[in-house]
Design a protein around this ligand. Structure first.
Ligand code: SF4
Length: 336
């Protein structure tokens, strides 16, 4: 399908009311089994060639969301469409075929690679598994992929332990691109790397996106990294998206107290700004989320209605939504 036709036909990926519940086993004889709602009613679209950054504290459900979209774990409910086709209704064989177009890059490049295989074998393996091309075309693609990710041809004979952390992540990226996917979930893909290497890998991901027309769901706890690479940003708290919008709106006009508090924790984001919120206390358990707005136990401007009624997403400007009864841009809110 051409790009024009595809964009006219809708987003590349569409997620609606996605849910994942994990049943926790009872600890004692008389204790009840509890349900942990890791992802609760999450909806978003990603356009072709777009990068959506998914950001939030550790344990907020962002990694689970990435895996649900690819069906690496099965959702409890909701809908995922890729190129307009229902992903959750696919048979295992159909899903295997679809995985050629939907790939993932993990946080830990060392753990993601079989230490007994050479870089060349690791990059070619997905093509062999999916029966793509013959040996000659696979070798040709291997050379092209090594070049694309900034590795040399002679690196093909090396084992993962012979690479640096940054080179290993380049290898993981080459492996993820082996089957020419259209969509890649980058799950904390640069978190384990030194800051200088992070920048190199982020630039590589951006170059590859331009060159190959890739679409990313970029998951990270690091706001700076998300700001660098994303066109749009979704902020997650306790299994739900609390604010979503164009990058500029999220970073310049954050309107949910949680987003403002997250930005408050980044020193460089404070420059020239007025009042800032800070949140106290730990994130509540997703097995027992607070009533109403889940953020009310930590929100500095919470009112009685917040614990009674869950706030629906409010549209603040084109494509910018925030799920807060009192959503207002940065500086307009004052702590109670
Ligand atoms: Fe805070 Fe209430 Fe808004 Fe929730 S709905 S973020 S508790 S003001």
């Amino acid at each position: 399908m051409s790009a024009a036709l595809e964009s006219a036909a809708g987003p590349l990926l569409s997620v609606r009311n996605l849910r994942k519940e994990f049943v926790l086993s009872a600890k004692g004889l008389f204790s009840e089994r509890r349900t942990l709602r890791a992802v609760d009613d999450v909806s978003f679209d990603i356009g072709r060639g777009e990068t959506l950054g998914l950001v939030g504290e550790s344990g907020c459900g962002k990694t689970t969301t990435g895996r649900l979209v690819l069906r690496l774990i099965e959702p409890t409910g909701g809908k995922v469409e890729f190129r307009g086709g229902d992903v959750l209704g696919k048979t295992p064989a159909e899903m295997r075929a679809l995985r050629q177009q939907m790939q993932i890059i993990f946080q830990d490049p060392f753990g993601a690679l079989n230490p007994r295989m050479t870089a060349g074998e690791l990059i070619i393996e997905p093509m062999v598994i999916h029966g793509v091309g013959d040996r000659v075309s696979q070798e040709r693609r291997l050379r092209k992929l090594l070049d694309l990710v900034g590795l040399a041809t002679h690196h093909a004979s090396r084992f993962p332990h012979e690479f640096s952390g940054g080179q290993r992540q380049r290898l993981c990226i080459a492996r993820a691109l082996s089957l020419e996917p259209a969509f890649v979930v980058c799950d904390e893909a640069v978190s384990a790397l030194d800051v200088s290497v992070q920048a190199q890998i982020l630039n590589l991901l951006q170059d590859l996106k331009r060159e190959l027309g890739l679409t990313y769901l970029f998951i990270s706890h690091d706001l700076g990294v998300v700001r660098h690479i994303s066109e749009r940003v979704a902020v997650m708290y306790l299994g739900q998206i609390v604010e979503m919008g164009p990058k500029l709106a999220i970073f310049e006009q954050p309107s949910h107290p949680y987003t403002q508090a997250l930005l408050n924790s980044v020193p460089s984001a404070k420059k020239g700004r007025g009042s800032f919120f800070t949140v106290k206390g730990d994130v509540p358990s997703a097995a027992k989320p607070p009533s109403g707005c889940r953020f009310h136990t930590r929100c500095p401007i919470a009112k009685p209605v917040c614990s009674e009624k869950a706030p629906p997403p409010v549209t603040l400007s084109s494509g910018h939504t925030a799920a807060c009864h009192f959503a207002a841009p940065w500086n307009a809110m004052q702590p109670a």
